[in-house]
Every structure is written in structure tokens, then in C-alpha cells.
Design a protein around this ligand. Structure first.
Ligand SMILES: Cc1cc2nc3c(=O)[nH]c(=O)nc-3n(C[C@H](O)[C@H](O)[C@H](O)COP(=O)(O)OP(=O)(O)OC[C@H]3O[C@@H](n4cnc5c(N)ncnc54)[C@H](O)[C@@H]3O)c2cc1C
Length: 353
């Protein structure tokens, strides 16, 4: 199959890793990304000169010989400026290691296992990883895929691309709704029956100078929300932090009259661990599950996609169409490690063709 053309839908981590692996094996790759930048859940944004990460705070298992270390070496990503963090702090957690009560504890236990050993961050955040992956790939931006039929992928702007193989690195249900070829009803029903985990509500805060001491670890509070500090430090103080809580989209509306009220309730809760936080915040921005839905098209803005546990079998990369494959966090485990493993599995399935 080497030399064949592969169309990849979605230039998040999953799509980009597939692109890197397959192009190194001689495949000709085109990545179609609906957004104005690659990265999906690993995008960063800048407000008033401060960089905020969206879906990347830390990884585990990067010490020599640990799972992510081995994978990143293979992908030539281990030499990026990763740096170690201190162990996370857990305030009032039922089980210190589990850290958050999300309703999909089983998956999180697997995802978080490597964090027991070591925790790392990357200078420049998710953008550093995405830029390194995208730099030698053909990533076409503003290409929102709307239909998939007989190896041809059509975009909202009227363009279309034909490949020998198509990989969808977006949510499987969203993928199947775009497929015009006949698909076995049993497969469709199975995908439709899978549920998604909750979304994330995040407060991205710019701090007044010299107010909150910078900590080189994240804080998990009462299995309810987490606090992450930005990397920049001025005289021992943080210049930014974010507070993340996992919610269903309608929970924000149900709780409070506005997202601002939801954000301020979250800031008040975080102040129990960081006294003076409300006064220390000079300005803040928020994202809700609806924001995530708009940026990644994951249904309901689910942060980690399809729920997995040992009683529901994981999705395979193969679909009933021999030329259409799936990849990304919805197949195996989520996170940088889970999505990387998923991409490797997808590429292995294509090598077997
Ligand atoms: C709040 C939050 C915090 C997180 N923190 C961490 C962390 O600290 N450590 C960690 O390891 N993981 C973390 N994660 C998880 C991690 O970010 C994800 O598991 C991973 O980035 C998912 O990558 P993906 O490629 O599967 O999906 P996505 O990143 O969702 O990529 C899908 C891509 O497809 C594009 N797309 C969608 N529909 C179309 C279409 N129709 N046409 C063209 N393009 C399309 C999207 O724009 C997107 O770029 C976090 C996630 C969230 C939400």
C-alpha cells in the first residue's frame, strides 16, 4: 500500500500522529482540518500576551522506558522541551490518585496510571507539540468535511479529495453521519448507542502581579475541579492559572443564569484553596462544553469523547467500509498517551491492508 494516498479528516493529535507515521512509511498524506489552526483539543490561545492551554496540562509516563517516553522517541517528539513537575496536590479527594469524580472512573484509572510515576509539561504547551507534528505535513486548514463517499471526501467550501484510504480522526458518530455509502445497520446502531463523557468548563485567569504564589504542580479539589498554573513565573508569583470543572452542557445553564455566574461560583470555590483569588484575578475568559463542541465538533463538547470501561468493548480502527478507518481519543483511552496509542493501532491496521 505504500505510495498510496491517505486522506485524514481532522488535524488534532490523532490525525497528525497518523500522518507522521504513514508519511514515514511512504504514504502520501493530506490532512483536512476545519479550524483555522491544527491541534484540536491541544490548541492554545493568547489573551493580553498570556498563552493559555486548552486541553493540555500535563502528561505522565515520560521517564526513561515509560510508555509515553517510548512512543515519543519513535515519533521524534521526545527532544521537545518537556520538563518534570512536582506531584499533584489532592484536596479532599476520595481516592487521592483518582483526583476527579467524573462518572468514568475506570477509564481515568487507566489514563492516570502513568501519572503515578512522573508528571511532565512542555514548554510552550500543546502548541509546541502540534507545531512539531504539523511542520512537515500537508495540513489544509478551513476544510470542514461534510460528506464521505466511495473514498472521496467533500468539504463545505465545495472542494473534494480522493484517497485510497480515508482516516477519520474525529468523533465516530459525526463521521458516520457524513458517510453516503451503505453501512450495516448493526454497526450504526452500535455507534449510536455509545455515550460520551462530560464536557469541560474552564476559567482562564490573568492574575494581578505579585498576588498568587506560583506552584509547580496542579491542584485537584474535592473530586470536583482542578487548578493549573501557567508556566510563567515573576518573582515566585504566577501570572495566570486556569480552573477546570467537568460538566454536561446544560449543567452550566441549570446552575446559574449566565456563564459568568458559573465562572464566579467556581472561582469562589477555588479560593478555599487559594485565599484572595477573586481579588487577585485581573481579568478572566471562559470556555464551556458548547465552545468545545464548536471547535472540535465532538457531540455535546465532551472533553474525552466516548466513554470506555471494561464492560463496553473498545471500538476498532476498522469500519465496515474497507477503505475507511477511525482514530483518536474515542477509540482507545483519551489523553496524549491514549490518543497516540490509538493512532499507532490505526496505522498498524492500514499496514495490514
Ligand atoms: C479540558 C481538557 C483538559 C485536558 N487535559 C489533558 C492533559 O493534561 N493531558 C493529556 O494527556 N490530555 C488532556 N486532555 C485530552 C487530550 O487533549 C485529548 O485526548 C486529545 O487531544 C484528543 O485528540 P484527538 O485527535 O482524538 O481529537 P481532537 O483534538 O478533538 O481533534 C479532532 C480534530 O478534528 C477536527 N474536525 C472535527 N470535525 C471536522 C470536520 N467535519 N472536518 C474537518 N475537521 C474536523 C477538529 O477541529 C479537531 O482539530 C484534555 C482534554 C480536555 C478537554
Amino acid at each position: 500500500m505504500a505510495g498510496r494516498h491517505v486522506i485524514i479528516i481532522g488535524a488534532g493529535l490523532g490525525g497528525l500522529i497518523c500522518g507522521r507515521i504513514l508519511s514515514r512509511h511512504g504514504y502520501d498524506i493530506t490532512l483536512l482540518e476545519q479550524g483555522t489552526q491544527a491541534g484540536g483539543a491541544l490548541q492554545t490561545f493568547v489573551r493580553e500576551g498570556i498563552r493559555f492551554d486548552t486541553g493540555f496540562h500535563s502528561v505522565g509516563g515520560l521517564a526513561p522506558g515509560e510508555p509515553l517516553d517510548l512512543i515519543l522517541r519513535q515519533l521524534d517528539l521526545r527532544d521537545l522541551p518537556w520538563f518534570p513537575m512536582e506531584p499533584d496536590e489532592c484536596v479532599g479527594c476520595q481516592e487521592p490518585f483518582l483526583r476527579l469524580s467524573t462518572g468514568w472512573e475506570e477509564e481515568r484509572k487507566h489514563v492516570l496510571e502513568p501519572y503515578r510515576h512522573d508528571i511532565w509539561r512542555l514548554k510552550g504547551g500543546g502548541k509546541t507539540l502540534i507545531d512539531a507534528l504539523a511542520k512537515d505535513q500537508r495540513v489544509l486548514l478551513r476544510k470542514k468535511v461534510t460528506a464521505i463517499e466511495d473514498r472521496t471526501v467533500s468539504c463545505a467550501d465545495g472542494s473534494s479529495y480522493q484517497g485510497d484510504v480515508v482516516i477519520s480522526a474525529i468523533h465516530p458518530l459525526v463521521t458516520l453521519r457524513m458517510v453516503r455509502d451503505h453501512i450495516r445497520p448493526a454497526y450504526l446502531q452500535r455507534i449510536e448507542g455509545l455515550s460520551n463523557g462530560p464536557g469541560a468548563f474552564t476559567v482562564y485567569a490573568k492574575l494581578r502581579p505579585g498576588t498568587i504564589r506560583h506552584l509547580r504542580h496542579s491542584i485537584f479539589v474535592n473530586n470536583d475541579f482542578m487548578i493549573h498554573f501557567g508556566d510563567e513565573v515573576v518573582n515566585g508569583h504566577a501570572i495566570s492559572l486556569d480552573i477546570v470543572s467537568f460538566v454536561q452542557p446544560d449543567q452550566v445553564e441549570a446552575c446559574c443564569q449566565s456563564r459568568q455566574a458559573f465562572a464566579e461560583a467556581l472561582i469562589r470555590k477555588a479560593a478555599q484553596r487559594l485565599p484572595g483569588l477573586p481579588e487577585a484575578i485581573e481579568k478572566y475568559w471562559t470556555s464551556t462544553p458548547r465552545t468545545w463542541e464548536r471547535y472540535t465538533s465532538t457531540p455535546g463538547g465532551s472533553a474525552y469523547g466516548i466513554r470506555k470501561n471494561s464492560t463496553a468493548d473498545f471500538l476498532a480502527p476498522q469500519t465496515p467500509l474497507p477503505w475507511l478507518f477511525l482514530t483518536g481519543q474515542n477509540l482507545g483511552l483519551h489523553g496524549i498517551l491514549g490518543t497516540s496509542v490509538s493512532a499507532i493501532n490505526t496505522c498498524n491496521s492500514i499496514f495490514l491492508l
